[in-house]
Design a protein around this ligand. Sequence first.
Ligand code: UTP
Length: 472
Amino acid sequence: MDGKLLERIREAGQEQVLRFYDELPEESRRAFEIQLAEVNWEALPELARDYVLNRPETAIPEDLAPAEFFPLEPQNENMRALYAQADLKGAELLRNGKVCCLTVAGGQGTRLGFDGPKGTYPIGPVSGKTLFEYFAGSIIRTQEKYQTRMLWFIMTSPINRQATEEYFSNNNYLGLQPEQVFFFTQGTMPAFGRNGKLLLGAKDSLSLSPDGHGGTLLALRRSGALAKMAESGCEYISYFQVDNPLVPVADPRFIGLHALENSEMSAIMLSKTNAKEKLGNFCVSNGKVQIIEYSDLPDELAERRNPDGTLAFIAGSPAIHVISRTFVEKLTAGNTLRLPWHRADKKISALDDKGRVCVPDTPNGVKLESFIFDALPLAAKVMILEGDRKEVFAPTKNATGVDSAESCRQMISERNARRLKAAGVALPLHPDGSVDAVIELDPRRVLDDADALELVNKTGLKAILPGEAVVL
Ligand code: UTP
């Protein structure tokens, strides 16, 4: 082994990673050394001390206050005029090819427990269309509407890159041109045991996991995605997660306001349904917008009320952003970016001293991840716009229960029912007022209420039958 590398590993106090090195065949040794050479050994002792051996405490600034946001409905004439201008601006930017989509799909989706990239999960309540098909359909409809062509950047991890690409090539790029879909791979971080020592995933490999969605920014630069954006004239990145099929892939008002407000990074906020709802909280401290995770916001602040009884810290984050390309360029100039790390205690399969793979029943180690929202305080200007939860947010985190595939399908059907009702279609109702049907509208045809109305007019649809499962 290269003497310098060995020295760095020793100095970091991590020589246990080499305990099977001598028994490895030559080829595995070489591959392992390449992997080891990429680790920032000098940073490890501090990371182990601050995040693994000790639990990092999120300092809550004294001056922490709720962040301001643009409300869903404009509140006065000026705001009405601004929103109208934003709608036009956003539409113009879309028409001129200034907007691209970015889906982060490098997560491991452990809670959903699905074998395969999460984007290939069948979420359509009737059709079984996958999450990726939902986004592709919405992109296709957006292109038609604005007579444009959008690039779609998809971030994978090294673990799911191949399976994701194969899915697209085996499925005709879901109706898009292969040249407009750009895959890139995020970075990884080695996992720690509770004692601060790195874990081995195999005799010739560390236990590596994706470095969090905060890894997106640097990965955009390192992969050439940023350069590709610049080359194609794309200035605004519409960012969303792979687990939310309701997300508008490119919302003209949101994009337009971002541009008109000269924002570098913008965010959609949702009004929290209760003080402890599991959403990050938009806050401001020292003039900078930041997100405080729900688990870190002290009860006193979470429960604080305005004189009218509404929550003071009402703004929750569904992780929907518009990011200026130039902001990412600025942040990652020099090919580096340091965002804070967040600790996650996880069950991590790892080798024991005898070289056997152990699959633990309880968390045995620590993964470190960075989060995209930690870029907000680095932006010169942040714009936050309220979104309509039932229209834009249905996260698929778990297999059943809250934020599950089940609840997501239900929300897709409910949103479609609302759209059909607004277009004059009679809906069958259960005694409790909920819709007695499962309704799916093809995202390639219906992006918004106007599309739903057009579809209803074209098909002459008058009513949905009780218990019906329909795809339109
Ligand atoms: P989550 O925080 O829900 O994590 O990711 P996850 O890995 O998908 O799911 P669990 O926690 O293992 O059940 C939110 C979004 O960020 C992406 C995910 O793919 C999802 O779109 N993500 C997360 C990445 O792209 N990379 C990461 O390293 C982590």
